[in-house]
Design a protein around this ligand. Structure first.
Ligand SMILES: [Fe+2]
Length: 154
């Protein structure tokens, strides 16, 4: 089994950590700005997403220190469009989740067939993020509409 390129893996893990920390801030921010009839389930769903992003950030951080490196204290890019209707929030989160997925796929390419544990970790993350993106896509569809809001390869 070939060895992983530790430096490259750490770079991508740190970008994942930063992206997930940005997710914690983004979902918490959104959850404070939901008004209207859908508020109660929506606030609770957004806070669950913030908690999940925190757990993903912690897992990436644990891998960074497992590899003997220093975890980044930077937070990934945050965009405040000042549009706070639920549709805009969901479209922004779909885009951010797509960016996180790209990072996980980058990591998969670096560890595939090189580290069973890291490969297992990143495959689980991709699975979780794909399910999450699919959920958001379904929330963006009009009732009764079967075709994807933003069709994507899974
Ligand atoms: Fe995540």
């Amino acid at each position: 089994m070939a060895e992983i390129d530790k430096d490259q893996v750490i770079v991508v893990l740190n970008r994942i950590l930063e992206a997930e920390l940005a997710g914690v801030v983004r979902y918490t921010h959104y959850s404070l700005l939901v008004f209207g009839y859908g508020r109660i389930p929506m606030v609770s769903w957004l806070r669950d997403q913030a908690t999940e992003a925190l757990s993903h950030a912690q897992q990436a951080g644990e891998w960074i220190t497992t590899l003997g490196a220093y975890p980044s204290l930077v937070i990934g890019p945050l965009l405040d469009s000042h549009k706070h209707d639920i549709g805009a929030i969901l479209r922004e989160s779909l885009e951010a989740e797509g960016d996180a997925l790209k990072l996980y796929r980058e990591l998969l390419a670096l560890v595939k067939d090189r580290s069973v544990a890291l490969e297992e970790y990143v495959r689980q993350m991709i699975q979780a993020e794909e399910v999450h993106a699919a959920e958001v896509d379904k929330m963006l569809r009009k009732p009764g509409e079967l075709s994807a809001f933003a069709p994507r390869a899974v």
